[in-house]
Structure formats: structure tokens, C-alpha cells
Design a protein around this ligand. Sequence first.
Ligand SMILES: N[C@@H](CCC(=O)N[C@@H](CS)C(=O)NCC(=O)O)C(=O)O
Length: 240
Amino acid sequence: MEPVLFYGVPQGCSFGSIVALEWQGQPYRLCRIEMMEHPWDALYAKVNPLFQTPALLPEDGEPLAESLAILQHLAARDLETRLGFEQGSREFDRLNQMLAYLNTDFFSSFNPLWWLYETQGLSGVEQEVLRRLGREKVAEGCAYLDGLLAEREWLLGDERSMADAYFVGIARWAEYHRLFDLKSDYPNLARHLAKLRDDPAVQFAEAIERGEQPKGKGHFRGHVTLKELESRLAPEALSA
Ligand SMILES: N[C@@H](CCC(=O)N[C@@H](CS)C(=O)NCC(=O)O)C(=O)O
């Protein structure tokens, strides 16, 4: 079976991995995880014992977790798409640096806001602290990225890369949490987000998240359930 990406909804950071798969245009399948439905199926521990999405089950290997690792894995299997670069090259280092920034500093700046969103029974003061902290940290990230995008067409320069695929899945959270007027506060970032939103792969990923059945470029071979993957997750299958 084709590689399977486990993606989480709603508003998962796996969004970027779906965009990357569409940009690459090779056959793949998806397995949907409803992140708010706790507890998750215990079988998912075989995919990722941390119970997080995304994860990728390659055609012939063990599941791979962590967005950065997944995006670099996808890039490396098809360097001709130029979404990633050969290890050891200057471009590889720049992509890795950008992905690491987005995946650590920028991603985690939203943590207080997700905490606020998911936690019941917080006092008014606690809510205010989380919102202020999140807003401040996200503002730092947006200002940094806005500055970079003032001089660049894409995050790394003239061409799109895995960094842009990942960026759209995270930067959209600033709108989701209604933190700023992005267009006036961070116009370059807002422009980049809008450009990506016009991309068919991004629209495909949005439709997937909404639970629709988009066509995409035709490389998406449909959803599979975790249960249907059970035999591929068995220890014998993984060590074969
Ligand atoms: N470092 C991991 C973080 C993954 C992560 O936090 N995923 C979130 C969704 S964005 C998740 O699965 N959360 C589990 C939950 O909400 O229970 C990565 O970058 O892939």
C-alpha cells in the first residue's frame, strides 16, 4: 500500500504534510485522527507512542513522527520537486533552519492559546495571562517572519519549499485565535498566507480537514482507518 499520513483535526499541524504530499504528486493515503476525541484508539501507540499527529507510515518501513522529520523524509525521496535539498548542501541547511524555527519557536508560541482553548474551568485571571502570553509570543514570531517575507517571494527565497507547506498550517492559527488584524499588522505575512490559500494543494488540505472528498491532483488514493492498518503495524510487519 502507498505511504499513509496520519493527520489530526481540527486545525492540526499535519496540514503542512498534506500540502507537501499534494505538491509532490506521488500516490498516498490518509488516516484521519479526531484529536479532541479522547482517549485515542490505543492502537495509535504503535504509530506514535506520544499520541501526536502527524505521522507517516512509509510503504515499507516503520512509522515516522515529527513534522520536521516527515517533511525532510518526503523531500529526500524526490529531490527533483525541489521542495527540499541534498543533505550537506547550503540549501539543505537553510531549509532545516527554517523548518526548525517554525517547528519549535513559532509553533510553541501558540501553546498558551491552545491551552486556553482546551482547558475547562480556568479563572478569568488565568485566561487573561494565557491570552497575553500567547499574543506576545506569536507577535514576536509574526514580526520576524513578516520581516523575512518583505524581501522574499517564498520563505527561503525565490522558490517554494517544504517550509512554505509547513508555514501555512501554523501561521493560520494567528487568524484562528483572532489575535491581530494580520493584513495591517503583518502585511507581508498576510500576503504570503493569502497566496498559499489560493494554491490548489492548500485548498485540497482545507477540504480534507472539513471532511469533504476533494479530487486534488489525483494522487490521493483515499482514506484508510487505523484498524485497516493494524497488520502493517504489527511487530513482524515492521521488522520485515
Ligand atoms: N513536535 C511534534 C508536535 C506534534 C503535535 O503537537 N501535534 C498535535 C497537533 S498540532 C497533536 O497531535 N496533539 C495531540 C492532542 O491534541 O491530543 C511535531 O512537530 O510533529
